[in-house]
Design a protein around this ligand. Structure first.
Ligand code: NAG
Ligand code: NAG
Ligand code: NAG
Ligand code: NAG
Length: 339
């Protein structure tokens, strides 16, 4: 895009700042949901591979391939090499995650190598994705080994535990049924009111190698544990190799499967901040331009002021476009997932 005025020292500085800021915004928007905290790692440590073994090279090949292989559908399984050095691997992003999938898988897989060194099997959970590998074929086998990440030290109790526990139980039951009923995604998110403005937001997910019935079984265990630990608390999460379940008092998922778009609060604030700063910088640029034009006493009158205004007015649109794309992308996925 050519700038509609001659670049003076001041102008070029503002534009540099503008572009740096927008770049930062874009990075934050893309990376905000993938903070990369590893929620939980399961390293059985019962069987180890050695440096420079065939198993290690198969595993590294798996790790390198998964960010790109997983992101198109959010799910990928593969097996590499042959026994006894065979690696079975699974990578999956949470059902509501689209653009952050590859980066989550990337971080999780690097994390699992670091946190389970030489393990011949391991599972790692990040907030938005899971990576699991083994020397044994585990596909389609339901494993419930419910883990509470350190997260559940969110110990705060709710004020009306009886109503809350009842609403929570109903919500988790409904979400489980919904996930089991959608064999393609084995995922559901949703919310339920608990009086006033307050709502419980819940999410359930099985790994997509499971059958619907195995998924249902896994979620029943998870619900038992989650209700057991946390039905009087403001938040709870249970993770297992084959499924996970979580609730909060705020919307923590990107979009719900029932067509109600819910963006994270942070993204909204971030978009608003980016847009207002962009507009402010553009206006400043425009004012600087006006002043320099006045000084020059309209020496170069080649552009009509109308054309200039037009360019300045449409620029903010171009800038807002990237965040909008993210929202649009979410919509697309929603539509695909609806039957
Ligand atoms: C990746 O994970 C590490 C922990 O191993 C974390 O410190 C880092 O912030 C994460 N990076 C991104 C981009 O999420
Ligand atoms: C495998 O390695 C881990 C970490 O290096 C160690 O803690 C564990 O005891 C080892 N297991 C075996 C069976 O050697
Ligand atoms: C999470 O809650 C469960 C159930 O109360 C408990 O067994 C577990 O130790 C807790 N974990 C942490 C890290 O507090
Ligand atoms: C959790 O709650 C119990 C009692 O409700 C309290 O004794 C404990 O200190 C709390 N732990 C944390 C980490 O807040």
């Amino acid at each position: 895009m050519s700038l509609p005025f001659r670049i003076t020292q001041q102008n070029s500085t503002s534009y540099m700042l503008l572009f740096l800021f927008l770049l930062l915004c874009l990075l934050l928007l893309v990376c905000d949901p993938c903070r990369g905290d590893h929620l939980f790692t399961i390293c059985p440590g019962v069987s180890n591979y050695t440096s420079n073994s065939k198993f290690e090279s198969n595993l590294k090949q798996f790790i390198q391939s998964i960010p790109s292989k997983t992101s198109p559908t959010g799910f990928y399984t593969t097996s590499l090499g042959s026994s006894p050095d065979q690696v079975y691997g699974l990578a999956q992003c949470r059902g509501d995650v689209t653009i952050s999938c590859a980066s989550c898988i990337n971080n999780a897989s690097l994390g699992v190598l670091k946190l389970c060194p030489f393990g011949k099997e391991a599972t790692i959970f990040d907030e938005l994705c899971e990576v699991r590998y083994s020397y044994q074929n585990f596909f389609s086998n339901m494993v419930y080994n419910g883990k509470y990440p350190v997260w559940n030290s969110t110990n705060q109790s709710v004020s009306d535990p009886v109503t809350f526990a009842e609403a929570l139980k109903n919500l988790l039951g409904q979400l489980s049924n919904k996930a089991v009923g959608d064999a393609k995604s084995l995922f559901a998110s949703g919310e339920t009111g608990i009086g006033g403005e307050n709502k419980i937001y819940g999410l359930v997910q099985c790994t997509k190698d499971l059958s619907s019935s195995s998924c249902g079984e896994c979620l029943r265990y998870a619900q038992g544990d989650l209700v057991g630990c946390c039905s009087r608390r403001v938040a709870g999460i249970v993770l297992s190799a084959s499924c996970g379940m979580r609730f909060e008092l705020y919307p923590f998922f990107q979009e719900s499967t029932d067509g109600n778009n819910k963006k994270g609060k942070t993204s909204k604030i971030l978009i608003a901040a980016c847009v207002s700063v962009a507009v402010a910088l553009l206006l400043t640029g425009f004012c600087l331009y006006c002043r320099s034009q006045k000084k020059k006493e309209h020496k170069d009158n080649e552009r009509s002021s109308h054309a200039l205004l037009h360019e300045l007015v449409i620029s903010p649109h171009a800038l807002i476009h990237s965040p909008r794309n993210i929202v649009d992308g979410s919509d697309e996925v929603n539509n695909q997932e609806l039957p």
